[in-house]
Design a protein around this ligand. Structure first.
Ligand SMILES: [Zn+2]
Length: 260
């Protein structure tokens, strides 16, 4: 079965057909889905999805774009939601300097990331990191904190250099590979996938975004994961079935709260 490590099914893009789509996942080979909080409201909607579908699990956290909305109460809420039996990770958390380049917002993002990594460390849950236009600061914080994060985690939608990939892999961190790997102009990511051991890659869509070829531009869903597995298989010169099997095993190693 295919393990989807990063989806946003509480996104408005799924309002029209969410239940029909999610109900069709098992018959299409998608056996496990981690729905990841994308904003503050998503804390509730992600937990609701995990409660509604046996094969959906929750990652709870505050996305860096909402760092300005962080309060001690909100951090306590994240911490308390980690206790829910189907919460399997803290995420997505991280740094995103793409939209807001003001230094005080960046500072707030770094504080928020460190605070949520502490929650991951204290609860023994893995992290799911979102990082955009913040390669150096992200690597610095991860190197600084990885010893207090025994459950490890995932660099979601990995988009940085091979040099940084090597550093993350050496720390035991997994790389989340999504639709971007199928894009013609994604040579840097293809090189990372060629270099990284299959034992440290996981499949993800980040749906409704980042739809792989041949459906690029349309709404994404976990049903497109086979295209990503096929691309990784082609890069590594191995069968797609091996990619699917090993990435499921990797995901189960990370999300230990999910029973086989
Ligand atoms: Zn995401």
């Amino acid at each position: 079965m295919i393990f989807e490590t990063h989806a946003h099914y509480d996104d408005r893009a799924f309002d029209a057909d969410r239940d029909a789509l999610l109900s069709s996942m098992p018959e299409n080979g998608i056996g496990c889905i981690v729905n990841v909080c994308a904003d503050v409201e998503s804390l509730d909607t992600t937990i609701a999805l995990a409660k509604a579908y046996p094969y959906i699990y929750a990652a709870v956290g505050i996305h860096p774009e909402y760092a300005h909305r962080i309060t001690p109460d909100l951090l306590s809420e994240v911490a308390s939601l980690t206790k829910y039996e189907k919460t399997v990770a803290v995420g997505e958390i991280g740094l995103d300097y793409y939209w807001n380049k003001e230094e005080d917002h960046k500072q707030k993002q770094r504080e928020t990331l460190r605070a949520q990594l502490s929650i991951a460390g204290e609860t023994g849950l893995p992290f799911i990191i979102h990082s955009r236009d913040a390669a150096e600061d992200t690597l610095t914080i991860m190197k600084d904190t990885i010893k207090e994060l025994p459950a490890g985690g995932i660099m979601h939608c990995y988009s940085y250099s091979l040099e940084h990939a090597r550093e993350y892999l050496n720390m035991g961190i997994y790389l989340g590979i999504g639709g971007v790997v199928t894009y013609k102009n994604a040579q840097k990511l293809k090189d990372v996938v060629a270099y990284a051991p299959l034992s440290q890659l996981v499949l993800e869509t980040d749906c409704p975004y980042l739809t792989p070829v041949p459906y690029r531009g349309k709404r994404n869903s976990s049903l497109n994961l086979p295209f990503i597995a096929q691309e990784i298989a082609a890069i590594k010169g191995i069968p797609a079935e091996e990619v699917i099997r090993q990435t499921e095993e990797n995901a189960r190693n990370i999300f230990k709260k999910i029973r086989a």
